[in-house]
Design a protein. Structure first.
Length: 336
């Protein structure tokens, strides 16, 4: 006679309950989001249940997840208390950062160079106030204000170029630099630039468009056009930097992974008195011909230990575009 063996009975996982009180009911409504969509996002990601009782939220779930959900809720509420909105990307950021991304507070003072030594991490431009969202972004912005030469290295969507241009505009507005110079290699064009229609600016502008997009976010259109006409803001391919000395300027080299070693050396040695230089790049997106070494790789190897040069590294955790972008980056990294 055959006997059956029953699987061992497992004890049900004990659920943990956390109760959090939020004094301002108006802010609590904003925290929950329209139709409680923010709460639903947290529930789905952390596997918890969030119940509302008056001005309290009750989080029910396994112990680590419930505590993490509370940290996320408190960080988002603190953001609302500081007068900021809570959008979908803010909820996603706090979930990725475990509630730590919004912990920094403080009061603003007049000079941003002084403010970044201990105040909030915010960048003032003509059109908006920019807030770095992750720890790496905050460290990056501090590095931009605190060093004459800084590198930002990491995947797309982490704010490397956007924040660099924002800091450049801020320093220009406050009179710390006289000019903004933005550059990137026109690798896709190569020797074919001459075959494209139009004058030189029309040939290279498509490759510079992300830099124009960032500037348009920070400066009114008429003012930007005037500054470009007066050459107080320049946007040019990397090849146009040869032979120049860039003094009293905020200089950004974007997509630096597509600069050759000789181009990188040429660009770095353009740094003049009173200038700041930022190099941004993504080592996973090198478009140089096979066998050509990326200048970003060489610069990182040679300059890593040089005092006064800052390196900030970003990962998928720092992606501030659509949440799927972080998942895509993680998937490609896992496949290497």
């Amino acid at each position: 006679m055959a006997t059956s063996v029953l699987p061992p009975q497992t004890e049900p996982t004990a659920l943990h309950e956390e109760v959090v009180e939020f004094p301002d009911n108006r802010l609590l409504i904003d925290l929950c989001g329209e139709y409680d969509r923010n709460l639903a996002e947290i529930e789905q990601n952390l596997g918890v249940q969030i119940l509302r009782r008056g001005n309290e939220l009750v989080v029910v779930g396994e112990d680590p997840s419930a505590r993490e959900a509370v940290e996320v809720l408190q960080a988002l509420y603190e953001r609302l208390e500081n007068g900021k909105d809570v959008a979908r990307e803010d909820v996603d950021r706090e979930l990725r950062m475990g509630g730590a991304a919004g912990a920094e507070t403080g009061t603003r003072d007049g000079d941003q160079l002084e403010m970044f030594r201990g105040g909030p991490i915010e960048i003032k431009t003509r059109k908006k106030l920019i807030e770095p969202r992750t720890d790496a972004q905050k460290a990056y912005v501090r590095a931009l204000f605190g060093n004459e030469l800084a590198f930002g290295i990491g995947p797309a969507g982490t704010g490397k170029t956007y924040l660099a241009v924002a800091v450049g505009v801020s320093m220009f507005i406050e009179g710390h630099v006289d000019r903004i110079i933005l550059s990137r290699p026109a690798v896709e064009a190569g020797e074919k630039l001459g075959y494209l229609p139009g004058d030189m600016r029309e040939k290279v502008d498509p490759y510079m468009q992300p830099l124009y997009d960032a500037l348009n976010d920070f400066l009114p259109g008429k003012q930007l056009a005037k500054l470009i006409e007066e050459r107080r803001i320049e946007i040019a391919p990397l090849a146009f930097m040869r032979g120049r000395t860039l003094s009293n300027a905020f200089v950004v080299l974007d997509e630096a992974q597509n600069a050759t070693s000789m181009q990188m050396k040429m660009f770095l040695t353009r740094l003049g008195e009173g200038s700041r230089m930022v190099i941004t790049g993504d080592r996973s997106q090198v478009d140089l011909p096979r066998g050509v070494t990326s200048g970003l790789h060489d610069a990182e190897r040679l300059l890593k230990s040089v005092p006064g040069i800052a390196f900030t590294y970003f990962s998928a955790r720092d992606v501030v575009r659509h949440p799927l972008v972080a998942a895509i980056i993680d998937a490609y990294e896992a496949d290497r």
